[in-house]
Design a protein around this ligand. Structure first.
Ligand code: UT7
Length: 329
């Protein structure tokens, strides 16, 4: 096993107060609480208000991460945001979080890899630490998916929610703590399984687009589900092999929260009992790039992650993209 180059320290999160329950959705589309619970494991999700921009939510999550890491905002040299639902298309979301946070010494940019964005972001951060480019990198997963959700499409609107999670990556202080391995994979040929058909420069926003739903996120659910199960398992296997670890060495699996059945299939593949798997999809639904950092922050604050805990984080999403990171806390 290689010596860790970078470690994670400090975490934070922000979840909007407003709850959208399955019962609320029953009044909006032809669905039922029972169907949603049985097919996804979701009970409720959070919805940001007009004032709860990603810039504002990101500021809170980053402040918590910095406070728990004991790092001053002036010492942040990179702020990296993973998002598929930015406040605006230009500049990057990271620039707007940098401004609200006052991280004036940070270079800020976005990493776009849909639900896998946080895993991609951690890997980019590790590379920047390793090359000596940066010493304190805020990696933020931030989503306001309800802004790009079609509330006439029952197959997707029941899944998505809003929230932000953040962590700090810095040079590893000793030979045991930190990122033990990482694995990233993409198959752009399958992009149209989970994407936004319109709103970009090829099909600029229009009235028709809002009416026919092509402005919003669309997904071929059943096909995507099959790829998700396969890819999450592949990512776990590859990251574990690179770390030289086996399933028994993992104390905690933090999977992207897309569907409880995908999470359970991944755990089964890894031979991991469900009490070693962190699940909060029932409370927040799918928050894309934010789901893993939100879960990580909950685990740290609940004491499920303490010094020495070995964590496998794995994600899958639009792109298609997938990946995993093994971290010793
Ligand atoms: O974040 C990373 C990427 N995301 C994922 O990996 C998500 C992957 N996909 C999924 O989680 C699941 O495919 C869904 C939860 C989206 C759908 O569950 P499913 O078990 O795959 O359902 P399905 O799409 O195969 O549809 C089964 C039936 C259909 O009716 P018919 O054709 O059998 O009569 C759907 O029309 O369920 C119907 N249906 C619904 N019924 C009630 C679809 N959505 C709903 C709904 N309420 N909300």
């Amino acid at each position: 096993m290689k010596r860790p180059i970078a470690e994670l320290i400090g975490t934070g999160r922000y979840l909007p107060d407003k709850v959208l329950s399955n019962a609320d959705l029953e009044k909006m589309v032809d669905t039922s609480d029972q169907w949603i619970l049985d097919r996804t494991g979701i009970r409720e999700r959070r919805v940001a208000s007009a004032e709860e921009t990603l810039a504002c939510m990101g500021k809170v999550a980053c402040e918590q991460a910095l406070e728990s890491a004991g790092v001053d905002v002036a010492d942040v040299d990179v702020l990296l945001t993973a998002t598929a639902s930015p406040d605006r298309l230009l500049p990057s979301q990271a620039c707007d979080i940098q401004a609200t946070l006052g991280a004036v010494n940070a270079a800020a940019f976005d990493v776009i890899a849909a639900c896998s964005g946080f895993i991609y972001g951690l890997t980019v951060a590790e590379g920047m630490v390793s090359s000596g480019q940066a010493k304190n990198i805020l990696v933020v997963g931030a989503e306001r998916l309800t802004a790009i959700t079609n509330y006439k499409d029952r197959a997707t609107c029941i899944l998505l929610g809003d929230g932000v999670g953040a962590t700090l990556v810095r040079p590893a202080r000793n030979g045991t703590r930190g990122i033990l391995s990482s694995y990233l994979k993409t198959d752009g040929r399958l992009a149209n399984l989970l994407y936004r058909p319109g709103g970009g420069s090829v099909h600029p926003p229009s009235e028709e687009m809002l009416a026919d739903g092509s402005y919003f996120l669309t997904m071929a659910g059943r096909e995507t589900f099959k790829h998700a199960v396969r890819s999450m398992s592949d990512a776990c296997d590859q990251a574990m092999a690179r770390a030289g670890l086996s399933g028994d060495d993992i104390d905690l699996l933090i999977p992207h929260q897309a569907n409880l059945r995908i999470i359970e299939a991944t755990a089964k593949h890894m031979g991991m009992p469900l009490d070693k798997v962190y699940v909060n999809i029932d409370r927040y639904g799918n928050t894309s790039a934010a789901s893993i950092p939100i879960a990580l922050d909950e685990c740290v604050r609940e004491g499920r992650v303490t010094e020495g805990t070995t964590i496998l984080m794995v994600a899958f999403g639009g792109g298609l993209t997938w990946g995993a990171v093994v971290v010793r806390w």
